[in-house]
Design a protein around this ligand. Structure first.
Ligand SMILES: [Zn+2]
Length: 203
């Protein structure tokens, strides 16, 4: 059974009026429709539930998170009910990307933040808590005590990297010629200078 289905069911079983028997009799379309009717974020999008709206157009809307990671944490959502990334049409996800950029810039200017984290928790295992896809826009400042984005930097063998590259490029229909070994020394100082320049350009 696919994970999406399990997730959809988990969302459903929390609805007290439905039994497993009821669910088994329903078509996937009926299940999707019921889910939409019971989705809190769909209700916000259609004006039936309250939220601190900061942006809206025909395809999406953005609200302030009521339990923000930090002041200015925004949630950007498609108006249509899509649970996970693969369900979103390309045009909609492109549009969401454009609006995420706009919201990021706005929050940087308005709150004097120095950067933003923009992320999607795609699936329960990735930390998705709501059955409606959300793009988080989180303003960041130095020493803001948010630690969720401190990704570990593990070592990996060259042969494992090559194996991964081969497997993924095949799936993506890409083909890259093997590169000659290049000796490039990573300069910490240079990285810091570049990032400092970028920080000015963000705002
Ligand atoms: Zn929804």
């Amino acid at each position: 059974m696919c994970k999406t289905f399990i997730y959809a069911c988990a969302v459903f079983y929390s609805m007290p009026q439905l039994t497993e028997e009821d669910l088994a009799k329903m078509s996937p379309e009926q299940i999707a429709e019921l889910q939409k009717q019971n989705c809190f974020f769909c209700q916000i999008g259609s004006g039936k539930a309250q939220a601190k709206m900061v942006y809206e157009d025909e395809l999406c809307f953005a609200i302030l998170d009521i339990n923000p990671a930090i002041k200015g944490h925004m949630l950007l959502l498609p108006k249509e009910h899509y649970m996970i990334l693969p369900q979103i049409p390309e045009e909609t996800i492109k549009h969401l990307g454009v609006i995420a950029k706009k919201l990021s810039r706005t929050v940087l200017r308005a709150l004097g933040a120095e950067g933003t984290n923009i992320f999607i928790a795609n699936g329960a295992i990735a930390g998705q808590r709501a059955p409606h896809l959300i793009i988080h826009i989180i303003p960041r400042t130095e020493n803001d005590s948010i630690t969720a984005f401190d990704l570990p930097e593990k070592d990996i063998r060259e042969e494992d990297l090559l194996k991964l590259q081969k497997m993924l490029t095949k799936k993506l229909g890409m083909n890259f010629e093997p590169q000659q070994e290049m000796k490039v020394q990573k300069s910490k100082n240079l990285e810091e200078i570049d990032l400092h320049q970028l920080r000015k350009m963000l705002i």
